[in-house]
Write a protein that binds this ligand. Structure first.
Ligand SMILES: NC(=O)CCC(=O)C(=O)O
Length: 271
């Protein structure tokens, strides 16, 4: 399919896990009602973004109310669903920041475990240590869907351009980033990074953020975005809870790559 609508659920996360699941179900239904064939949720959408909380909100595939809701909604609405991310516990007790990806029949078609953990100390700003409770994933995620090929990475992963390039070279036409930037790096880098990955690789970028909830400790920046391969913002919002939609048209990828053939012109003999 060369053109279709993508929907992004910019959901405001609350401490009550079941309330987050219910809200996600409702927002996925709303996005499907707008004609979205691909729907994306934000990073850690069932759990406040706080390291110490991740283990207690974690689920082990295929068991768990969040995973069940995602599979059920994908099948009910016949959509490709990138289920943001949730804390996932494996059989050895390791917890990952994981995106589960479902097809239109509710089958799991991909799983991305965040590769680069968000361990930063910005003086006078954000201090975060995902590695206190999370383990890092160890593979790149590129998934063929009925709509096209998608690459999925999570939030801080966007800062590593080699990863986006590897996904694009593996055939990804859309790079999807469930994410949760905060009030310090959000205004400074969010749009810049997302648009850079789009222009570097001449692909669509979909960045799904949580809405701002002023009552939670981590203040999400919001500003979900859909960006085209020319780096134009197709659709964007501020920090409120809402469903964002935009058109993806793969013919734009071909047009941009024909006009500016930078991917073909790379000097792989030199770098
Ligand atoms: N959840 C995250 O990985 C946050 C990344 C972030 O805020 C950044 O600036 O990078």
């Amino acid at each position: 399919m060369s053109a279709f609508t993508v929907g992004v659920c910019q959901l405001g996360v609350v401490p009550d896990k079941q309330a987050n699941i219910n809200k996600a179900r409702r927002m996925i239904g709303e996005a499907a009602g707008y004609g979205s064939r691909l729907i994306v949720l934000p990073e850690m959408f069932n759990c406040p973004y706080q390291s110490e909380l991740f283990p207690q909100y974690a689920e082990t595939y295929p068991v768990g109310p969040t995973i069940a809701m995602l599979a059920e909604c994908a099948a009910k609405h016949k959509v490709v669903l990138v289920g943001g991310s949730i804390p996932e516990q494996d059989e050895n007790g390791n917890v990952y920041n994981t995106s589960f990806i479902f097809d239109e029949s509710g089958e799991l078609i991909g799983r991305h475990r965040k590769i680069h953990l968000f361990d930063v100390t910005i003086k006078g700003g954000t201090v975060f240590q995902e590695s206190r409770t999370l383990a890092a994933g160890s593979s790149i995620t590129v998934v063929k869907t009925s709509l096209g090929t998608i690459g999925v990475a999570i939030c801080y992963d966007v800062r590593f351009p080699e990863l986006a390039r590897a996904m694009a070279l593996s055939g990804a036409q859309i790079l999807i980033f469930p994410a949760a930037f905060g009030p310090v790096t959000g205004p400074a880098h969010w749009e810049l990074l997302m648009r850079s990955r789009a222009v570097d690789n001449q692909v669509y970028v979909v960045a799904a953020a949580p809405a701002l909830n002023a009552a939670t400790e981590y203040k999400a920046y919001g500003h979900s975005l859909i960006i085209d391969p020319w780096s134009r913002v197709v659709a964007g919002v501020a920090d409120e809870e809402t469903v964002l939609t935009g058109k993806i048209d793969f013919r734009t990828i071909n047009k941009v790559r024909e006009e500016l053939p930078v991917l073909k012109q790379r000097r792989v003999d030199l770098y």
